[in-house]
Ligand binder design. Structure first.
Ligand code: GDP
Ligand code: CA
Length: 337
């Protein structure tokens, strides 16, 4: 690993899901842009984004997490919701409903549909999801390189035990999450296609060549967890010379937003900051938790207490800065190569 004490721009690689990842990354970019240290100010950020939430609706291929990150970093996000486009209209959705074409539970705004039309057309013409993402980012200029975790099709499906006579039935993750609000317990969560998938071009290199790897407070099961299931990514994190630092998505024993507790209980893991860190035991070097949470007790893991709520742009930038501070501090402790 190259030393980071000189003014060579830092290479930062992050893994991310949708809303939680996007907000954190926006804070990271804000922190970097306002930094005094040129190594931070000129840092390059690569984001490996979860694509297992992807779904086909009305024939359109939708990549919710890539779009949340792209819109948030590119200034087009609906701030209140944290997903979808700002100043959206729903003309197309209204027409589809008038035709009796469901599903009605997945919101598709008119502006957002343009993104899905371009993606679907390009994929049909033989482009990869990486190429589609690069094309869409020409407009959005997110200020970071966005890479899908894989160009292969991976979809999270969920087994629910509410079928007839207690039988399980399988639904797409989006149906469980958006339609059912994860209120029906999941017996199993499976990233279908993950085992046979390959990391998208640039993903392994971005982990190998990073000075710092960051895990934003994304969902540990259906965001970070699915990225880690793409063969090669977890091994690359274990082998990465860079320190790997994460931010707990669990604060005071609960997810800050959304239903990550329902995902964690489906895999038999308690909703605690310590248990989430345990999911990353083989590669995590530093972990930020909130004041009120119990630290994980694993030798070698450095834990810091910091305010973890991304309640304002300033608070989010400070949180990202704290993650980077911890990573650079750990880096300096390592024996010189
Ligand atoms: P999704 O794909 O849209 O669900 O987004 P992510 O997987 O990237 O992030 C979802 C996670 O972000 C949830 O599990 C929340 O616990 C976490 N989260 C949301 N807001 C905050 C916050 O302000 N602070 C922290 N620490 N975590 C947050
Ligand atoms: Ca997601």
């Amino acid at each position: 690993m190259a030393p980071v004490s000189d003014s060579r721009p830092l290479q930062i690689t992050a893994l991310a899901g949708g809303v939680g990842g996007a907000r954190f990354l926006r804070g990271l970019l804000a922190h970097l842009r306002s930094a005094e240290d040129p190594a931070r100010r000129d840092a390059r950020v690569t984001v490996v984004v979860n694509t297992a939430d992807d779904v086909t609706l009305h024939g359109l291929r939708i990549s919710p997490d890539l779009d949340s990150v792209m819109y948030t970093l590119g200034g087009g996000i609906d701030e209140a919701r944290g997903w979808g486009r700002a100043q959206e209209s729903y003309g197309v959705a209204g027409e589809l409903a008038a035709h009796g074409e469901g599903p009605s539970w997945f919101t598709l705004g008119d502006k957002d549909i343009a993104t899905h039309v371009i993606r679907t057309r390009m994929l049909a013409e033989g482009a990869t999801l990486s190429e589609v993402t690069a094309r869409l980012c020409e407009r959005w200029q997110p200020g970071a390189r966005l890479l899908p975790m894989t160009d292969d099709r991976v979809e999270t499906h969920v087994d629910l035990a509410d079928g007839p006579g207690g039988a399980t039935r399988r639904v797409h993750f989006q149906e469980w999450w958006v339609r059912l609000h994860a209120a029906v317990p999941a017996v199993r969560i499976e990233a279908v296609g993950a085992a046979a998938s390959r990391p998208a071009p640039g993903v392994l290199e971005a982990l190998r060549e990073a000075d710092v790897v960051v895990l934003p407070p994304s969902n540990p099961v259906v965001s970070i967890g699915t990225v880690l299931q793409v063969p090669g990514i977890r091994d690359a994190l274990v082998a990465a010379p860079a320190p790997v630092v994460g931010v707990s998505p669990v604060v005071a024993g609960a997810p800050v937003r959304g239903m990550a507790d329902a995902c964690l209980s489906a895999i038999g893991v308690p909703t605690t900051a310590a248990a989430v860190a345990g999911l990353y035991d083989d590669f995590l070097d530093g972990w930020l938790i909130a004041e009120e949470d119990e630290p994980p007790r694993r030798p070698g893991l450095v834990v810091r207490r910091r305010p973890l709520l991304m309640s304002s742009p300033r608070a989010t930038a400070d949180l990202a800065g704290a993650a980077l501070d911890l990573a650079l501090e750990l880096d300096r402790k390592e024996p010189a190569a």
